[in-house]
Design a protein around this ligand. Structure first.
Ligand code: PHB
Ligand code: FE
Length: 331
């Protein structure tokens, strides 16, 4: 992870600790601070209050995913837009009421500056015992005056395979020995691995692994990791429990394949937030999420989801200029 130290041109603007023990941060015209329960944000035309746990869970993902694809809404007001090199920080920009009142605000930053500011905020504001990536039932409280830190959790390395998990030199498989125990809700998932018998000379090119076993050992929720890559086609499976801590605004189509259990998706217009649909996904269901929506998932029980991303960097421009449709298929 980048920090002020590893980005020599970057200067994070932070205050000393407030009475609750937390530092305040400034990024352009935005200011951020927190107390025992809440995070406060203000900008020249407005202000916002968010619950500290929800804010930290969203911030954790924005930092770990390098601002992800398109828009990461922390909630209905605050969020970021990834321009892949620079990032917009916005307030009220994708909220009809704020827009109509002309109180929304956007400021663009070089990615290293907003990344370093968010990373320091996340580290300073995450107390000992709270892991923003864990399910609510598997972590402690985010609240109270500042006590300790959880730097190991908030700087966790994201799994991004170059070819496929388990290949020589690539991301390793998970096991008890690597510290990845089978999750309490996946105790029934078989742990056997496929028998792979490549011809001599093909050992580095023929490969398979048990994806269900791999996912059963994930210690995080709502955190797609890249397990296989074929040119721009990325398989990004993830295990989900409780609520996706961001509302993701797409800049391209995403495909979802439900691998186990159930997820409910609230799907809204990306720009206004108007409700578009509710999608219930059961095992085996496949959905294509259009490029002009935003969505948030709800998983009542830990669920396995395959998110299939197309990393072609030309896609956002082709879609926003109308050269490609916002949906991948017409029936
Ligand atoms: C998404 O926005 O598509 C998304 C993000 C995180 C997940 C799953 C889906 O864990
Ligand atoms: Fe998405």
């Amino acid at each position: 992870m980048s920090s002020a130290q590893s980005d020599p041109g970057v200067r994070v603007v932070a205050s000393g600790p407030n009475p609750a023990g937390y530092r305040g941060f400034s990024l352009g015209e935005f200011r951020f601070w927190r107390d025992d329960y809440f995070v406060y944000v203000d900008w020249p035309t407005g202000s916002h209050v968010a619950s500290a746990d929800a804010f930290l869970k969203a911030l954790q993902r924005d930092v770990a995913w390098e601002f992800f694809y398109g828009i990461v809404n922390f909630d209905g007001v605050i969020g970021t837009v990834n321009h892949y090199g620079t990032v917009d920080l916005f307030a009220g920009r994708y909220n009809d009421a704020w827009r109509k009142a002309e109180l929304d605000h956007v400021q663009n930053f070089p990615t290293p500056l907003i990344r370093a500011t968010f990373a320091q905020m996340l580290d300073d504001w995450t107390n000992a015992g709270f892991d923003p990536f864990a399910s609510p039932d598997e972590t402690g409280s985010a609240f109270g005056p500042k006590h300790g830190a959880n730097t190991a959790a908030v700087t966790r390395r994201r799994v991004t395979a170059a070819r496929m998990v388990g290949l020589g030199g690539d991301e390793p498989l998970r096991s008890d020995a690597t510290g990845h125990r089978v999750n309490r809700q996946f105790a029934d998932v078989a742990q056997d691995e496929p028998l792979v018998q490549p011809q001599p000379g093909f050992g580095d090119r023929v490969h398979a692994f048990n994806l269900f076993a791999y996912l059963s050992r994930s210690d995080v929720t709502w955190n797609p990791s890249v397990v296989s890559v074929c040119k721009d086609s990325l398989y990004c499976p993830t295990t989900e429990e409780y609520i996706l801590p961001i509302i993701h605004g797409n800049d391209r189509v995403e495909w979802f394949v439900q691998l186990s259990d159930t997820i409910y998706w609230e799907v809204e217009d990306r720009d206004s937030g108007a409700v578009r649909s509710r999608v219930t996904m059961h095992p085996g269901d496949v959905a294509a999420m259009p490029a002009d929506i935003r969505h948030q998932g709800y998983a009542p029980k830990r669920a396995m989801l395959l998110v299939w991303e197309n990393a072609d960097s030309a896609l956002p421009g082709l879609i926003s200029s109308g050269q490609l449709p916002t949906n991948p298929i017409d029936f």
